[in-house]
Design a protein around this ligand. Structure first.
Ligand code: UDP
Length: 238
């Protein structure tokens, strides 16, 4: 454990869109590399890191089903999109000399390890970054729920949700100048006020297991490391 971090093991959740940079779609390798550097900086503090990356930059099940595709098939396509993002992140991290494993909820042994909880824990103990891919492996879920599930299974102390803004606001800060950021807010208030932190099933799963969710800005250079050092602004959902 590093000199400053108060956390030993965390899960970083980012949406697929965080990897597309200014493009409207897909992967932007310099952006992937920038986030990989953020992860490396935290790993250098001795923190054990899990990652879950969404797939929305490539494919979303709901969007597919809105266009007439069968919902579960569309969801599987979304899960496959998360595998692509996970591989891109693995490549960027390994380029920086960080050891990683991609662990898939859907078996594809030539591409990624299957998810075996004890094995994943062992990787973390060996300081390998575990990138959990393919969501929960089930349609009708999201990668937010997958992140909460894996964070619980891996006994992470908190989920760090990297977004474009530095926390949870009472209304969209991009559209309202008078939006106010919460320092701390309860799971129930997030649900009642329908605030966009994570989807409701993910919030409920975190609440039932008392897993804090820390929402912070991934656009702030050094932001992830700073938050783990207790610096910067963020919202803690507790
Ligand atoms: N998905 C799924 N089950 C899961 C996780 C994801 O079916 O456990 C599918 C779902 O279709 C979703 C897509 O994968 O729309 C991409 O994930 P998500 O929307 O969570 O990505 P993000 O918004 O974080 O980029």
């Amino acid at each position: 454990q590093g000199p400053n971090s108060i956390y030993k093991r965390v899960l970083l959740k980012i949406s697929g869109e965080a990897l597309m940079g200014d493009q409207g779609y897909g992967l932007h390798p310099p952006t992937v590399e920038r986030i990989a550097r953020e992860v490396k900086a935290v790993q250098e503090m001795g923190v054990e890191i899990c990652m879950v990356i969404g797939g929305g930059n490539i494919f979303r099940g709901l969007a597919g089903s809105a266009q007439g595709m069968e919902r579960t098939t569309a969801d599987y396509m979304g899960m496959l999109a998360t595998v692509m993002n996970a591989l891109a992140m693995q490549s960027a991290l390994e380029e920086l000399g960080v050891y990683t494993r991609v662990i898939s909820a859907i078996r594809m042994d030539e591409v990624a390890e299957p998810y075996i909880r004890r094995r994943a824990v062992r990787h973390l103990e060996k300081k390998r970054v575990c990138i959990f891919a393919a969501g929960t492996g089930n349609p009708y879920f999201t990668t937010d729920t997958a992140a909460t599930l894996r964070a619980n299974e891996m006994a992470c102390e908190a989920i760090f949700k990297g977004t474009k803004v530095d926390g949870v606001y009472d209304k969209d800060p991009a559209r309202h100048d008078d939006a106010v950021r919460y320092d701390r807010i309860s799971y129930d208030d997030v649900l009642i006020k329908n605030l966009k932190v994570m989807d409701a099933s993910a919030i409920a799963l975190a609440r039932d297991n008392k897993l804090p969710i820390i929402v912070f800005s991934l656009d702030e250079p050094g932001g992830f490391r700073g938050i783990l050092n207790g610096e910067g602004t963020y919202t803690e959902v507790h």
